[in-house]
Design a protein around this ligand. Structure first.
Ligand SMILES: Nc1ncnc2c1ncn2[C@@H]1O[C@H](COP(=O)(O)OP(=O)(O)OP(=O)(O)O)[C@@H](O)[C@H]1O
Ligand SMILES: [Mg+2]
Length: 287
């Protein structure tokens, strides 16, 4: 017995204090429950989780996404670039404690809606970063068509949420577990009156209080097309600018940056529709 104890002590001394226990020791019968460190308790679902879970689920169809240039699969062009942009946005908003971001452009057709939807899908892959995406383009709404979202039950539109004719809970749909979108099905006649309404900031604050997203992202009209976006700026912290190669001039980008920077932080400018993207980014002819 004495020899056996000596042998065990020698072996322990050789292994050192941090060595893993030998297989024989690990295979010993389990210690009683009380002796084990307590497992961390599962986080109980709170009101926020319930609010998210209660949103109707929407699963965009891959064929629609591909047709509309939304990278939804790792093999799709632009997939790594969009994920890179998503991660940079997450870093910036976290570092600066920004909570609300618009996506805008100097002129029409630069790809704001395509980029917003691409980011939404990319955020949905992230899961631990909750994002709400709202369409504030009430003149040429395109998010529903871009994502192939056709509600089965009649829905009104995010413009009606802003105007308090319906609730966000009734209007929004959830992509995965961490992204909610609220879109418009058709243009409305008085967009400025809705967007510039005094109730808008309260509506957004209520959405934020209920769903506690890490970020609310707004797809907005082009800056040069109307006063909608400039008027909406008082509701956000920051702006992401989308410019289109061979379409947007440097002067237009400069003007947009200056105009936005007078009221909010500018996250950056994305050069879209670039036919000669660097091969290192693996994106061929896209963003
Ligand atoms: N990277 C891209 N390469 C080629 N075409 C693109 C790219 N991104 C978007 N498009 C196309 O450009 C058109 C306009 O895109 P989108 O609707 O996203 O622009 P927008 O800036 O939201 O327009 P609007 O100013 O009308 O809101 C669409 O047909 C879209 O498929
Ligand atoms: Mg658009």
């Amino acid at each position: 017995m004495e020899k056996l104890r000596d042998a065990i002590n020698r072996a322990r001394a050789q292994r050192g204090p941090d060595a893993a226990p030998p297989a024989a020791t690990a295979a010993r019968p389990a210690a009683p429950e009380a002796a084990r460190p307590a497992a961390p308790p599962l986080r109980p679902a709170d009101d926020t989780d319930t609010a998210w879970a209660e949103l109707a689920a929407f699963d965009p169809r891959p064929a629609v996404l591909r047709r509309n240039r939304i990278p939804g699969h790792p093999d799709d062009p632009g997939f790594p670039v969009i994920d890179l942009l998503r991660t940079k946005v997450i870093q910036q908003v976290r570092n600066n404690r920004w909570k609300r971001m618009i996506v805008t452009s100097p002129t029409p057709g630069c790809g704001k809606t395509t980029l917003t939807c691409s980011l939404a899908l990319s955020f949905a892959r992230q899961r631990d970063f909750r994002v709400i995406v709202c369409e504030v383009d009430l003149r040429r709404p395109a998010m529903a068509a871009t994502l192939g979202y056709r509600p089965t039950a009649p829905r009104q539109g995010f413009s009606d949420v802003l105007d308090r004719r319906t609730t966000f809970a009734d209007e929004a749909v959830r992509i995965g577990t961490s992204v909610a979108i609220a879109v418009n099905q058709s243009p409305i006649r008085n967009p400025s009156a809705v967007i510039l309404g005094n109730q808008v900031s309260d509506v957004i604050a209520e959405i934020e209080a209920t769903y506690r997203p890490d970020l609310i992202m707004f797809d907005t009209p082009p800056l040069m097309a109307s006063d909608d976006t400039i008027g909406f700026l008082r509701n956000v912290d920051c702006a992401l600018i989308v410019a289109a190669a061979e379409l947007t001039t440097i002067q237009q980008i400069d003007n947009a940056e200056r105009e936005l920077a007078a009221q909010v932080s500018v996250v950056g400018t994305v050069l879209n529709k670039c036919r000669f993207a660097e091969s290192g980014y693996g994106y061929g002819e896209a963003y």
